[in-house]
Design a protein around this ligand. Structure first.
Ligand SMILES: [Zn+2]
Length: 369
C-alpha cells in the first residue's frame, strides 16, 4: 500500500492545487470588497464601526461575512483530539472545521482541494506541529499570500521545547521528525487548551470571559483524568508496566504515568516491518515477558496478530491516538472519551483496573451560548 503525503508531491502539483484555489479565493475577496464599498460600513479589529447608519449595519450583517463583530471566527484544526480540545474551549463562539476525518491516520493523510479552500477561508488554523502536519503548514504559507490575516497556532511547538522532543522507534532522530503525539500526555492537553484560550481571546476579545470559563471547566476535568490515569496505572503489576504497540504514539504518555515503551512495530515510513524486524520484536517480547501487546485503531494490520501468536502473547488490545470512540453527538466521542477507552484497553490486559477513572465523564464541558 502506498501512502501519499501531499507535502511529498512534486512542487508543480502542490502549486497546481493551491493555484486553482488562489483564483477562487480572489473571487470571494472581490465580492467582499464590493459589498463593503456599497454599504460603507467599515469594521476595524472586529469591534469598531467607523461609519454607516444602523440600517446599513444590519444590511452588512447579512450580506458581508467576516466583516462584523458578530461574525464567528473561522477556525480549522487537524486531528480529531485537537479539534475536540479546541471545541471545549471555544464552544459555540467559533465555526470549527476539522481537516483529518475520523479514523484516517494523521501521519500520511492527504489534503484534497476542498481542504485547501477551508484553510484559505480560515481566520485561524490550529495544529499539533512537531512536523505532523507539514502539508497543512505548506497550504497555510500559500494562503497567507492572499489572506495575510490568517494565523497559525502550533500547539505542540508551544508546549515543549526541542530538547524535550522524543525520537524513538518509528520516529528516529535520523529522519528529523520527532514523535508528535503530545496530546496523549494529559498535562500537555491542558496546555493545548490554555494556548487555544489565549489565542482566541487575542483574536476575539469580546468573548474572553466565555473562553476563560470554558477552559477552567475543561481543565478541571482534564486534571481529574490525569489523576485517575495515574492511580489506574498503579494497579498494574510493576513488571507489566510495559508497552509494545504497533503505532508508536505513547512516547509522552509513558514517562508521565510510570510506564515504559519497549518498542513499536511500525517502521518510520509507516509501511510494514520486515521479517527480520518482526523476528527481533518476537525475541524482545519473549525476553520482556509482556502479557499483552497493542494494535492500532487507525492502522489495522495482521502483523500484530502474527507477532502475538509467535511470541505466545495471549492478548492483543487496540489503542487509538487520533480516532475518537462512538459517533459525533455521543458523549464518549471526545478526547477524554478516547483516553478512557485507551486506559480500559491498555491497563486491564496488563493486569490492572480502571476503577479510579469510573467517575470521569467523557462528555464535552463547554457551555452553550
Ligand atoms: Zn499517530
Amino acid at each position: 500500500m502506498i501512502h501519499l503525503n501531499s507535502a511529498l508531491l512534486p512542487p508543480f502539483m502542490s502549486s497546481m492545487l493551491v493555484g486553482s484555489v488562489f483564483v477562487i479565493s480572489l473571487g470571494v475577496q472581490n465580492v467582499t470588497a464590493s459589498a463593503n464599498t456599497t454599504t460603507t460600513t467599515v469594521v476595524t479589529g472586529g469591534t469598531t464601526i467607523q461609519s454607516g447608519s444602523a440600517t446599513s449595519i444590519a444590511t452588512n450583517n447579512t450580506s458581508t461575512p467576516n466583516a462584523t463583530s458578530t461574525e464567528k471566527l473561522n477556525v480549522v484544526t487537524s486531528v480529531s483530539p485537537i479539534s475536540n480540545i479546541v471545541k471545549n474551549v471555544a464552544g459555540e463562539k467559533i465555526t470549527l472545521t476539522g481537516l483529518v476525518p475520523e479514523g484516517i491516520n494523521s501521519h500520511t493523510f492527504e489534503l484534497v482541494p476542498s481542504d485547501v479552500v477551508k484553510v484559505n477561508d480560515a481566520d485561524l488554523v490550529i495544529i499539533d506541529g512537531l512536523e505532523l502536519e507539514v502539508n497543512v503548514e505548506d497550504v497555510v504559507d500559500q494562503a497567507q499570500n492572499t489572506n495575510p490575516d490568517l494565523q497559525i497556532l502550533k500547539l505542540g511547538d508551544n508546549t515543549i521545547t526541542p530538547n524535550q522532543y522524543v525520537f524513538d522507534f518509528s520516529f528516529p532522530e535520523g529522519t528529523g521528525d520527532p514523535n508528535p503525539h503530545l496530546w496523549l500526555n494529559v498535562p500537555y492537553a491542558m496546555k493545548f487548551a490554555n494556548l487555544t484560550r489565549d489565542k482566541l481571546i487575542e483574536m476575539d476579545p469580546a468573548n474572553a470571559d466565555y473562553y476563560t470559563e470554558n477552559t477552567d471547566r475543561y481543565v478541571t476535568k482534564l486534571r481529574q483524568l490525569d489523576e485517575g490515569i495515574m492511580k489506574a496505572v498503579q494497579t498494574v503489576p510493576e513488571e507489566n508496566r510495559k508497552l509494545l504497540t504497533y503505532h508508536d504514539s505513547w512516547a509522552y504518555f509513558a514517562p508521565r504515568y510510570g510506564m515504559v515503551v519497549i518498542g513499536a512495530i511500525q517502521p518510520s515510513d509507516f509501511g510494514q516491518p520486515t521479517p527480520r524486524e518482526v523476528a527481533s520484536l518476537i525475541d524482545q517480547i519473549k525476553a520482556e515477558n509482556v502479557p499483552a501487546i497493542f494494535g492500532s485503531e487507525v492502522f489495522p494490520t495482521e502483523v500484530v496478530d502474527q507477532i502475538a501468536k509467535e511470541a505466545n502473547v495471549q492478548i492483543v488490545g487496540t489503542l487509538s491516538d487520533d480516532d475518537l470512540p462512538g459517533d459525533p453527538g455521543d458523549s464518549q466521542n471526545s478526547y477524554v472519551g478516547m483516553m478512557l477507552e485507551n486506559m480500559e484497553n491498555m491497563l486491564v490486559p496488563l493486569g490492572g483496573n480502571v476503577s479510579a477513572l469510573s467517575n470521569v465523564d467523557p462528555a464535552d464541558t463547554y457551555s452553550s451560548g
